[in-house]
Design a protein around this ligand. Sequence first.
Ligand SMILES: Cc1ncc(COP(=O)(O)O)c(C=O)c1O
Length: 450
Amino acid sequence: MVKFNLTLTDSDAPLHERLAQAINVLIEAGQFKAGDRLPPHRVIAQQAGVAIGTVTKAIDYLSDRGIVRGEVGRGTFVNAKRPSSPSTGEVDLSLSVPPLYVDEDMFVAAAERSARNVLKIPSGGLYDLKGTFSQRSVMAEWLTRTRVDTDPDDLVLCVGAQQAIHMAFSDVKKVSSLIACEAPTFSGAIVAANHLCLELVPVDHDEEGMTPDALDKALAETGCRAVYTVPVCQNPMGFEVGETRRRQILQVCLRHDARIIEDDIYSVHAGKGRLTYKELAPQQVYFLTSLSKCLTPLARVGVLIPPGDRMISITKMLRAEAFGAPPTALEFGCSLIELGADVIAASALRKEAHARTEMAAKVLQLPSVPMPHGAPHLWLPMSAVDAERLARRSLEQGVRVTPPEATALKGRKASGVRLCILAPEHRDDLQRGLAIIAELLNDSSAATIV
Ligand SMILES: Cc1ncc(COP(=O)(O)O)c(C=O)c1O
């Protein structure tokens, strides 16, 4: 065991913060290096002369700041990627990008492992454009463990969820030139629909997503036979569809013979169980997801599980668009999963999203939020004029929010502002950005939440 000497400063700060600082001093001095396991809590408690509970709080404090991480059953480890200091510049809350919770050592190990594996792929990777069987097996195991039972032969690996959306939309175009969806919706889905000359049909929602009556009406009136939905942490509005509502929505879709394109990309934050549309009606659903929001967008690995009878059509489309996703990227994503990076990232992301959601609700004085256990973004509903004004004024004061028009359907006015609360690397930056927005919201001439 590394010998260490903890010196707590004499200040008014709470005891656990002073202990955290003392541990951080040892890390900064190189006494505990990246990847090292910290001594057990009991040993730290003895050495510092404090209670074990204080050590736990101090470790949580360091973990919240990305300095160490706890691994279940293994202990507490020093992170390799040292977080930079909070910035004083612009706070960017416009992009839905999660912090990277895979430390540098693991990232490098995954890259090395994937480089070796990719060299074993026959025919220069031009063999199976859906991804090799072994890559599909890793992704199927990951999906089965985290979300939906999946067989490697039922899925196609692709370049992020965006390509999966584009392929699913292209495929449903053969039966429907209209796609019903929540309004507003994910900007990438709007871009894909526009590109394919598909029309998105807005469906009214309540705090749990599309209402079955509104969907029934929209499908009946327009003859639309496809529905795109983001049921967990809807982008941009942030709500989650529960089990009962899912069953109701599915019944409406079955009645109108409408296929569902289920975008499950935010499911790492699911708080209402693991029931998916895919599980309820495999032959009716295009299920898609990716590693972008639960691990890292740097891998750009997406998955599409089409209805079984659409697999041949989807494979031909993949062939037309590219000869599958780059084998190097797929191997890298698979290696991260095989090394357990997804488990570490998922638990850190959930914890961070929870803390930041609480922070945002408090600073913005929101009476409630759709996913109180934690979400990567929050939606502030307001009139189009107010949304545009809030986005402009906050930018003038150094806080960038998602431009309201990015998520509005063609011909519809933007009805709110999205804040990506996981985007800033540091909570302190988020706090600063939120405080500026709170001030603007207090000035009713700037914007009013409705
Ligand atoms: C709801 C939704 N679907 C799909 C995507 C695209 O994800 P990917 O980076 O995997 O292409 C995003 C990205 O922000 C998203 O928010």
